[in-house]
Design a binder for this molecule. Structure first.
Ligand SMILES: [Fe+2]
Length: 323
């Protein structure tokens, strides 16, 4: 029988059923038998105060011969290992679209976190390999793609935001870029995921500042598109068109963006796609200094107050992703 208990009543041997949302708890699986005190502590550390347990599936604590730890979400520093694990799940015929969508979010965030620590050419190449599977999945599996669009996590951090923009940008590219035209979707996907890479060079105190930035801080922040472009140029891992995503994702159709105040068609189509995805995710995400909007509310605001920021066709196709 399923019941909810306070976390302090949770014991080794009990079978927990955690919320499905991947960010709601620190474990890879949502339901499993508690086999160590460390696992209970991890749940407490994650801010969980009560859990659902299933009596029918629990086992007696003394039957557990050895305390076995559940693998944690963060697979350590090894980007390749995470990419391989992701591939394994995405090519598993038994995995449901929901599981695949969760795995994409979870492992992409891990890969980005790992890459951020040291964005060398070799590691960008590994990252690109890892993203290949995500791109192929979004292009070929509509069911998982639709789950991914619904799964978007709104707790803001740079990695979650990057994955959201990756998913949104690819979903939009899928409907917007005409078949028959040559687009390297793998490089394009990597470009979307890495659009904010330049932030690795910006002081974390600015990135994580809980309030509005001062003019001086904003000037520093405005450098991240050029800095990201430079990293990708020096490491020679991504095509020029995809590097333009990084450079142009803050340009606006009306010329009010940065760094170059480009206008209209002077902004590459990939940059236009990324700017819509980026603004939408910023509006729906939770931040301490601004109201969080629903997807509908964000699209409404973009249409009513920011329409001249975006290319008309790109914005219209974007809205259709949520119909
Ligand atoms: Fe950005």
């Amino acid at each position: 029988m399923k019941k909810t208990i306070p976390i302090e009543h949770l014991k080794i041997g009990m079978f927990v059923e955690l919320p499905r949302a991947w960010h709601a708890h620190p474990f890879l699986r949502n339901s499993f038998t508690i086999t160590s005190k460390k696992q209970i502590q991890k749940l407490i550390d994650h801010g969980i105060r009560e859990v659902a347990i299933n009596d029918a599936k629990g086992i007696q604590a003394d039957q557990i011969k050895k305390e076995i730890d559940q693998p944690e979400k963060n697979f350590g520093e090894d980007l390749k290992e995470t990419a391989d694990r992701l591939k394994e799940i995405l090519t598993d015929k038994e995995a449901s679209p929901e599981d695949k969508a969760q795995a994409v979010q979870l492992h992409s965030v891990d890969m980005l976190r790992s890459l951020w620590k040291n964005p060398s050419a070799e590691r960008i190449s590994d990252f690109k390999q890892g993203v290949v599977n995500v791109v192929d999945l979004i292009l070929t599996d509509d069911a998982t793609n639709s789950h991914l669009l619904k799964l978007t996590s709104y707790d803001y951090d740079t990695y979650i935001h990057s994955v959201n923009v990756g998913v949104l940008g690819l979903s939009l590219s899928k409907v917007l870029l005409r078949k028959g035209e040559r687009h390297d979707m793998h490089a394009l996907g990597a470009g979307f995921f890495l659009h904010d890479l330049g932030k690795v060079n910006i002081d974390e105190a600015i990135i994580k500042k809980p309030g509005k930035l001062t003019d001086e801080e904003m000037d520093i922040m405005r450098k991240h598109p050029s800095m990201g472009f430079k990293i990708l140029q020096e490491t020679k891992q991504i095509s020029i068109e995809s590097r333009l995503i990084v450079l142009q994702h803050h340009e606006r159709h009306n010329g009010g963006g940065y760094p170059r105040k480009l206008r209209g068609e002077d902004i590459h189509i990939y940059g236009r796609i990324c700017s819509v995805a980026d603004v939408f995710d910023a509006l729906v995400s939770k931040r301490p200094y601004k109201a969080q909007l629903s997807p509908f509310g964000a699209l409404k605001l973009m249409k009513e107050e920011m329409l001249d920021h975006f290319h008309k066709d790109v914005f219209e196709k974007f809205v259709l992703l949520f119909k």
